[in-house]
Design a protein around this ligand. Structure first.
Ligand SMILES: Cc1cc2nc3c(=O)[nH]c(=O)nc-3n(C[C@H](O)[C@H](O)[C@H](O)COP(=O)(O)OP(=O)(O)OC[C@H]3O[C@@H](n4cnc5c(N)ncnc54)[C@H](O)[C@@H]3O)c2cc1C
Length: 283
């Protein structure tokens, strides 16, 4: 059983990880190995105190160096589900289960909307995890939304299992070129009865499928943690960064505007201290 799990290697997750490490807690830290895509995209950051004008890439590099100096290690497994149990939490990432006393959601804000039908058919032909569910589609026809180049290896893995893959890439210049992979225009909806059986593309084309894999950077909070209180795309927290579920905290963009690095770092710090208090009470 871990003391904590942190989901997110952006500024909020890093800030919490530094503080938990200083307090010598055992924790698993999930998130992109390149740290925050969002920070990396910023050409110039002018409002983070002490660093003057700095590019997003440089700030990410400094975050990375700080983590390395502190001996922090992250894993780029994607968390697909969190299940609150009576007095602990179960976290599912790439088909592995982790048990923890506390959890921090520092997942950033999900800007993309779900596809029509996605929420209803999740677990019934719609999956967020190639490693977990890929084997179910041996010799079948699937569609895949690949949200970032870092998921291309998952598309390759799926193409090795399925007979045919319809690929919608969410970024320009997708270089994937495999004989059984056909690139398609953006997906609008997924449809089906008991199970997903068709996708509809923007423009109206309908394609028959046996399954749809959605490989996005983030999962909507309500899907990731069933029962968590949300307000639109944001997780509802109090000033202690507590969510409505005991032991689960949230920090950074996922809790609401302003979407700023300094806010994310501050909230990550508060959350870590509240998590320490929660652990100390032995709840
Ligand atoms: C173009 C651009 C310019 C910006 N300029 C500025 C600026 O000048 N100043 C400023 O203060 N802010 C700026 N921002 C905003 C800033 O980047 C964000 O506020 C900040 O990155 C939020 O940090 P975060 O830790 O909350 O989330 P993010 O940085 O979004 O990090 C989210 C993390 O969660 C991980 N994650 C999400 N879901 C999962 C999952 N299911 N499993 C595992 N890991 C998961 C991701 O891999 C990532 O590591 C800018 C943003 C953009 C896009």
């Amino acid at each position: 059983m871990y003391d904590a799990v942190i989901i997110g290697t952006g500024p909020a997750g890093l800030s919490a990880a530094i503080n938990l490490k200083l307090h010598e807690k055992s924790f698993v830290w999930f998130g992109s190995a390149g740290y925050s895509d969002k920070v990396g995209k910023s050409e110039k950051i002018a409002n983070y105190p002490g660093l003057g004008l700095i590019s997003g890439n440089e700030l990410n590099q400094r975050f990375f160096e700080h983590a390395r100096e502190m001996g922090l290690e992250s894993t780029d497994k994607k968390v697909t589900n969190v299940m609150p149990m009576d007095d602990y939490l179960m976290v599912l990432a790439d088909n592995e289960v982790y048990e923890t006393k506390t959890l921090l959601l520092a997942t950033g804000v999900l800007t993309a909307k779900s596809y029509e039908g996605e929420d209803e058919l999740l677990g019934r032909g719609v999956s967020y995890c190639a490693t977990c569910d890929g084997f179910l589609y041996k010799g079948k026809t699937i569609a895949v939304f690949c949200g970032a180049p870092r998921y291309e290896h998952e598309v390759e893995y799926l193409a090795g299992i399925a007979e045919k893959v319809y690929l919608s890439a969410g970024y320009p210049d997708c270089k994937l070129d495999l004989p059984n992979v056909e690139k398609i225009t953006p997906i609008k909806a997924v449809r089906g009865g008991m199970k997903a059986s068709q996708i509809e593309l923007h423009g109206g084309t309908v394609i028959d499928i046996d399954g749809l894999f959605i490989l996005r950077n983030a999962v909507a909070p309500g899907t990731l943690v069933p029962g968590i209180e949300t307000d639109g795309p944001h997780i509802v927290v109090n000033r202690r960064q507590e969510t409505n579920i005991p032991g689960i905290y949230a920090a950074g963009d996922c809790t609401g505007r302003p979407y700023q690095i300094a806010k994310a770092v501050g909230e990550g710090n508060i959350a870590a201290h509240e998590m320490l208090e929660y652990m100390a009470k032995g709840k």
